[in-house]
Design a protein around this ligand. Structure first.
Ligand code: SF4
Length: 613
């Protein structure tokens, strides 16, 4: 219960499919979403599998709460080997797609092989078809959704699709969920290049319609737990702010605390922060609120540029990460231009965080003489040059000129461009940094360095915990190992349920919900132990691919003291990171080289995944 108990396995090479049973013991140990996906992926591929080859599977995974009355239960995730990092990837999205998939009768879609010609998958409950997508080739995600809904005569068909970036194997291409042209929220499985994996399979879209019901272990108990959890969300003081601003309110706060990435992390103070702030955005362009399935928070915004050069641009968002990485970090001084950029990345199918970082990197290359005006399509490469910014977004998606190099991600691009540009390529393990400069939040430094999918803010978001402590601890390394480790484990469990990062309920609420849904009877400790097990499993996956302590690193630029603002003079040196890592590994029960110890693996029941044995 809580699960459908079924996996839909699709083989694109042979244009066939079958339905298999979910191993319920695996579900009990790894929950769903991230954890279940990791356990399945670990066994499906070998070390060194090409992420863009036919042997890398693409898993769409729901959780035991997906599609239920639990708050924010519309979320689902994609699990695969990342073409950006070469490591484990779970990438989460909202909207209604996950709910529809569960109602169609599947916990997981497992997509294997590669089609010879472009196709899309149509799932209508038990009816599964692999259909020709020749006419969709080259289309943006917005038009793809329009066409498929028209062809199927169903305006509520839920669609996960890729744009030209995914087709062109841009290593940070994303998978779009529906589009902004609907009153419900869509979203993206943005990070890590799952869209390129989809493109490598010649798979343009997956369209789902489900009409089944979700069953619970204890229906009455579940309804009561869900009612309490929803009420807690409504009563939470953060709900009103989240509804009003979404995540955009953070722009000003990050700027005030010296954390907002600006001009490729050259500084953390942006003199035009007001222009891209949530407060201004609400006044200037927001025209409505949107929510994912069963979400009382309704954090999504619909925006429309009403005047000026970008008049007529309509888009979902932009959210904080885009305002930071495609705004201040590229020196873009107005929210209208960021909205236009956000529309382009959504439609072309690019991850906005990575796109912002590679564009700001190219602009920095120009300042340092590593790229010339000719290489930048004849434009001056100054931060804030909007013409260049839009040109580069297109060039990356279509791999034109320098865009072909930038499409590989900032790590590979810096290696190809050379001339010292590696020093200011802002990534960890190949994934571009999100919107928090660790020099203003030292905990984020450790969180990025140890995250299982490269630089990620969602594995352990320590920022508010640090800046709103009394006294603030954001410029201290003390206590960060425990904070990061505990948050990573707790989030690994929550990302396996799969619920939204923003839902303001407690671990006890999660446990009540999962027990009433599945009958697993977890204690709080057992539930959190699942999170720790999942975190150790993704570490084992990455170790098998060759990573160790040397890869738990930060970009060289973070050793340069910040030049201004509240974080002026702050840096994260190798010695500071080493000290945090020593403590972190010890706390985790890992060796000094960052390898899970055999005792820890035994304690977590992961011995079968230990390839040393
Ligand atoms: S809080 Fe926002 S992102 Fe999360 S489920 Fe609700 S609407 Fe979706």
């Amino acid at each position: 219960m809580g699960y459908t108990g079924k996996i839909l396995e699709i083989d694109l090479t042979h244009a066939s499919h079958e339905v298999t049973d979910l191993d319920m013991e695996l579900a009990r140990r790894f929950i769903g979403g991230k954890g279940l996906g990791a356990a399945l992926l670990y066994r499906m591929i070998k070390k060194g599998t090409d992420p863009l080859g036919p042997h890398n599977p693409l898993l769409f995974v729901t959780g035991p709460l997906t599609g239920t009355m639990a708050p924010t239960s519309g979320r689902w995730c994609v699990v695969t080997k990342s073409p950006l990092t070469g490591l484990f990837l779970d990438s989460h999205a909202g909207g209604y797609f996950g709910t529809e998939l569960k109602k169609a009768g599947y916990d997981v879609i497992m997509i294997k092989g590669r089609s010879k010609a472009p196709v899309y998958i149509s799932i209508k409950d038990k009816g599964v078809e692999i259909k020709d997508a020749g006419e969709l080739r080259g289309k943006g995600t917005v038009e793809t959704v329009r066409v498929l809904r028209r062809v199927h005569n169903d305006p509520k068909l839920r669609i996960a699709s890729i744009g030209p970036a995914g087709e062109n194997l841009v290593r940070f291409a994303m998978i779009a969920v529906d589009s902004h042209e609907q009153k419900e929220r869509g979203g993206q499985a943005g990070r890590g290049g799952a869209g390129a994996v989809m493109g490598s399979k010649n798979l343009k879209a997956v369209a789902v319609k489900g009409t089944g019901k979700i069953e619970y272990y204890r229906r009455d108990g579940f309804i009561e737990s869900a009612r309490k959890a929803n009420q807690k969300v409504l009563d939470s003081p953060v709900t009103e702010l989240r509804r009003k601003y979404g995540t955009t309110r953070i722009v000003k706060i990050m700027n005030e605390f010296g954390i907002l990435p600006t001009n490729n992390f050259n500084t953390t103070i942006f003199e035009h922060a007001e222009n891209i702030s949530g407060e201004h955005m609400i006044e200037a362009i927001v025209i409505g609120d949107k929510a994912c399935f069963n979400c009382p928070l309704r954090c999504g915004k619909q925006s429309l540029v009403k005047e000026g050069k970008y008049k007529g641009t309509e888009v979902e968002g932009p959210e904080y990460e885009l305002l930071a990485l495609m705004g201040s970090n590229c020196g873009i001084t107005n929210v209208e231009a960021v909205a236009k950029g956000a529309y382009m990345v959504d439609d072309l199918g690019l991850d906005g965080i990575s796109t912002g970082v590679v564009i700001s990197f190219a602009m920095d290359c120009y300042q340092y003489g590593a790229l010339s005006r000719d290489e930048l399509f004849g434009y001056e490469g100054n931060f804030g040059n909007e013409e260049l910014y839009f040109e580069l977004i297109n060039a990356i998606a279509y791999r034109k000129g320098i865009g072909n190099i930038l499409a590989e991600g900032v790590r590979t691009a810096s290696e190809k461009i050379g001339k010292g540009s590696e020093e200011y390529a802002m990534h960890v393990k190949g994934m571009e940094l999100p919107g928090y400069d660790p020099r203003g939040s030292f905990g984020m430094g450790l969180a990025y360095a140890t995250s299982d999918r490269g630089a990620c803010h969602q594995r352990a978001w320590t920022v508010f915990n640090e800046i709103f402590a009394d006294p603030p601890t954001n410029h201290s390394i003390i206590g960060k190992a425990g904070l990061v480790k505990d948050t990573q484990d707790e989030r690994a469990a929550a990302f396996s349920l799969v619920l939204c990062d923003f839902v303001p309920i407690d671990v006890e609420d999660f446990v009540n919900l999962i027990n009433a849904s599945t009958g697993f009877g977890y204690s709080k400790e057992e539930y959190l132990r699942c999170g720790e097990r999942i975190w150790n499993l993704t570490r084992l996956f990455n170790i098998r691919e060759g990573i160790s302590r040397k890869d738990d690193n930060l970009p060289a630029r973070l050793q340069d003291p910040l030049p201004e603002g509240p974080s002026k003079g702050c840096a994260i040196t190798d010695e500071m990171l080493d000290s945090m890592l020593d403590e972190y590994y010890e706390y985790r029960g890992w060796t000094r080289d960052g390898i899970p110890g055999q005792e820890k693996l035994k304690e977590l029941g992961l011995e079968e995944y230990d390839e040393r044995l």
